[in-house]
Design a protein around this ligand. Structure first.
Ligand code: AKB
Length: 357
């Protein structure tokens, strides 16, 4: 338990420990966020994931639960033990996986989010104070109707083209709307309603590239897969065209942004959901940069038309001026510095590949 952990009593007189809750804690962003929260200190962290956490993730939290976010009895057990003041709700099925099991994606991404929002609202009522809720949304909420429209649109604003083509995109958009509802209108007609039980804050992330972990089940995975394969001297067949372009950022930038948004004063926030992005090379440009860093990297292009269609429906760039103005977002990297300063050194160390220069 961190020194800052404190406790409160339930109406039955049991002590509850004050904590932040991270769902999907065993995933890519979960690993990075647990580490960042542990480094920050000042709060106990409780992790929830469908699977048992691995050792490193477990070491970065105070307690971990293996179970389903749709299991209401598990959530109420959790609330019985912990006084949750802050939630980072990362659990989700991503865009590629979701297209094989769309109803399961709806269940996890929408029903799961609803369960967590209800937990936040119940907790807020029982404590009499707002619970903060972080929701990672995605560029998948956008749905450009054609490649021509995508090229014509260029950089898109938060409220444009919200007609996603994947269940993941639909469910992230639903999650944003549910969050807005729980913050502003929850139990609109109830006599005993609480004003703003949930302080909902969301970021639409682009594709995220981590040096430490590999994603699975996403459609932006071609970026991270390319660089991890090159570092391991494995050939990589990229599943999108060389001219496919979507925005990306590194995992440290993504986690840093989540923590900045969560610590921003509420009065400075003009939106519920913010776009952010760092760099947007085409797949071909990224492959060239990876080849320059990892001499001899074998990257080919074998287009999977269906996954390509998903990427074609996502914008080439997203406009993030509101995030810059309201809570000081600024990208930490260009594509080149992301590779040279973050990805290459860490990935080389990870796979213990010596520079073949
Ligand atoms: C995916 O590819 O599904 C995700 C995303 C862009 O949100 N990485």
């Amino acid at each position: 338990m961190t020194p800052a952990a404190s406790s409160a009593r339930t109406h039955l007189g049991q002590r509850r420990t004050a904590a932040a809750l991270v769902t999907g804690a065993g995933g890519e962003m979960g690993h990075a966020l647990l580490r960042a929260l542990a480094e920050q200190g000042g709060r106990a962290v409780v992790a929830l994931d469908i699977r048992e956490l691995d050792g490193p993730a477990r070491n970065h939290c105070d307690a971990s639960f293996a179970g389903d976010i749709c299991d209401e009895s598990l959530l109420s057990r959790l609330l019985g033990q912990y006084e949750i003041g802050e939630i980072y709700h990362l659990a989700a099925l991503l865009s590629t996986r979701g297209e094989f099991v769309p109803e399961a994606a709806h269940q996890v991404n929408v029903v799961g989010t609803l369960n967590l929002l209800k937990l936040a609202a119940d907790e807020a009522r029982s404590r009499g104070t707002t619970v903060q809720f972080f929701f990672p949304s995605s560029i998948a909420v956008y749905g450009l109707p054609s490649l021509e429209a995508k090229r014509r649109a260029g950089v898109v604003k938060e409220e444009q083209f919200l007609e996603p083509v994947t269940m993941y995109g639909c469910s992230k958009l639903a999650g944003e709307q549910l969050g807005r509802y729980y913050e502003r209108h929850y139990r609109l007609l109830a006599q005993d309603r609480m004003e703003r039980p949930v302080d909902f804050r969301s970021i639409r992330f682009p594709g995220i590239i981590s040096a430490d972990t590999l994603p699975s089940g996403g459609t932006s995975d071609f970026g991270p897969e390319m660089v991890h394969a090159a570092a391991q001297k494995k050939p990589y067949a990229c599943f999108v065209r060389e001219d496919a372009r979507i925005p990306f950022m590194t995992m440290p930038e993504a986690v840093g942004a989540a923590l900045s948004l969560m610590s921003a004063p509420k009065e400075s926030l003009t939106r519920i959901v913010y776009n952010i992005s760092s760099f947007a090379p085409s797949a071909g440009e990224f492959a060239d940069m990876v080849r320059r860093e990892f001499k001899g990297a074998k990257i080919s292009f074998e287009v999977d038309e269906r996954r390509q269609a998903i990427v074609d429906s996502w914008p080439e760039g997203i406009e993030d001026s509101a995030a810059r103005t309201d809570w000081g977002w600024k990208p930490g990297h260009s594509a080149s510095s992301a590779l040279k300063q973050y990805l290459v050194p860490r990935i080389r160390a990870r796979y213990a590949v010596s520079s073949p220069k």
